[in-house]
Design a protein around this ligand. Structure first.
Ligand SMILES: Nc1ncnc2c1ncn2[C@@H]1O[C@H](COP(=O)(O)OP(=O)(O)O)[C@@H](O)[C@H]1O
Ligand SMILES: [Mg+2]
Length: 153
């Protein structure tokens, strides 16, 4: 039976709304949570990660598009936030980009372009972004809400 607390979808009408939704989610997340963010360029994935940062009590201005191949770590909040963007990669093993690092289990891991991963991440919360128009995005959630602790290994 679907979990009644899981919003199956959500329409946001501004970048701020997307951030706010993510910030609300962040307050529910536990160490080891993995959030996978799918959608085209400009869909709002990084905006969502900024919201996660804000919700965790991290300065959201720190969050930008991560450098190719690197996992950015943001400390100073309730939990550390790890942020990876796999856009420029072709198929990769999670281990090749350090997503299996022991440290990830202590915080929240947000991954843009998770389709690049060669294997599924069981237990992750998936958020799919669709661009409806200039300021509207349809977000669809799949998986546990909030994402339950687990490791990407
Ligand atoms: N409802 C919305 N949610 C998120 N971003 C939005 C929305 N409407 C417009 N935007 C704009 O879309 C862009 C999203 O950029 P970004 O978060 O970097 O996308 P991605 O990481 O998916 O490539 C920003 O310029 C933002 O201002
Ligand atoms: Mg991005």
């Amino acid at each position: 039976m679907p979990d009644p607390t899981v919003p199956p979808g959500c329409l946001t009408r501004s970048e701020g709304e997307t951030e706010g939704l993510a910030a609300a989610l962040a307050s529910e997340l536990e160490p080891g949570a993995v959030v996978l963010l799918s959608g085209g360029l400009g869909a709002g994935k990084t905006a969502f990660v900024r919201g996660l940062a804000r919700g965790l009590g991290i300065e959201p201005g720190e969050v930008s598009s991560p450098t190719f191949g690197l996992v950015h770590e943001h400390a100073g909040g309730r939990l550390p936030l790890f942020h990876a963007d796999l856009y420029r990669l072709s198929q990769v093993e999670a281990a090749d980009v350090g997503l299996d690092d022991e440290r990830m289990t202590s915080g929240v891991l947000a991954v843009e372009w998770p389709e690049r991963l060669s294997r599924d991440v069981p237990g992750a919360l998936r958020v799919r972004f669709e661009i409806l128009d200039e300021t509207s995005r349809q977000l669809t959630f799949d998986g546990p809400w909030p994402a339950r602790p687990h490791s990407i290994r």
